[in-house]
Design a protein around this ligand. Structure first.
Ligand code: CA
Length: 238
């Protein structure tokens, strides 16, 4: 087999490896991920926003970015939604709006788990659209999905609220927007606790750069070999 064919085989091997790498990334098990900070919030705060994801009233805790998502939920995690300090509440007379979070890095988001209030359930968010973006101003974004938590039905003191799990469209980015479309009827909205099922991904730009570099490195010997063959032919015909 000549050098050109060998090197083209190498190119195919590298491309195959890249496809496998990409497949491995998409097949990775998800971890539990909470936002790392708030970028914007047009709903105001009656109580502080991190109460919606600070784990304080969860029956089990996780390490954001490390704990296996399915193993975590399999423990039967509940949220004590009774204390006022267990949930975020928007400003009075504001029930809808958008809250933007920084995840602290690029992630693929597959699912969201939510625990609602139970107590004071008329404040609980109902319809929620979730967007993800590579840029903090959401100039471009993908929709992860619109979910409905439904009305718990009765005003109860729920010290062990069970979770609701929602599948999302598995898009990637660094910033997530929770767009609250409706609540259960109160004059402000609340979020008891939420977290994402996520997989960390390399930054798109660096992944593309590495891929391009690997491709060029693999292709160079083939080009050199072809040039040498061309030169040999010129020598033979001169
Ligand atoms: Ca909470």
């Amino acid at each position: 087999m000549n050098g050109v064919s060998d090197n083209l085989l190498n190119v195919r091997s590298w491309i195959g490896a890249l496809i496998l790498l990409n497949g491995a990334l998409s097949a990775q098990a998800g971890i539990v991920l909470a936002p790392s900070s708030v970028v914007a919030n047009n709903m105001g705060n009656t109580t502080q926003l991190d109460r919606a994801y600070n784990q304080v009233h969860l029956s089990h805790t996780y390490t954001s970015g490390a704990t296996d998502f399915d193993a975590f939920l399999a423990q039967g995690v509940t949220h004590n939604s009774v204390p006022g300090s267990s949930r975020w509440q928007s400003s009075n007379n504001i029930t809808t709006g958008a809250i933007d979070f920084d995840l602290g890095g690029a992630y693929r988001i597959d699912r969201i788990v939510m625990w609602d209030g139970g107590f004071l359930n008329l404040e609980d968010v109902n319809s929620l659209t979730i967007l993800i973006s590579d840029v903090s101003n959401f100039a471009t974004s993908s929709t992860l999905g619109t979910i409905n938590l439904g009305n718990p039905g009765v005003l109860v003191l729920d010290t062990a609220r069970t979770h609701q799990l929602f599948n999302l469209s598995s898009a990637s980015g660094r910033y997530v927007r929770l767009q609250i479309n409706s609540n259960q009827g109160a004059l402000r909205s609340s979020l008891a606790e939420f977290a994402f099922d996520a997989v960390a991904i390399p930054e798109a730009s660096s992944f593309a750069q590495v891929s391009l570099m690997m491709f060029i490195c693999a292709l160079l010997p083939a080009l050199r070999s072809r040039r040498a063959t061309h030169r040999d032919k010129l020598v033979q015909t001169s």
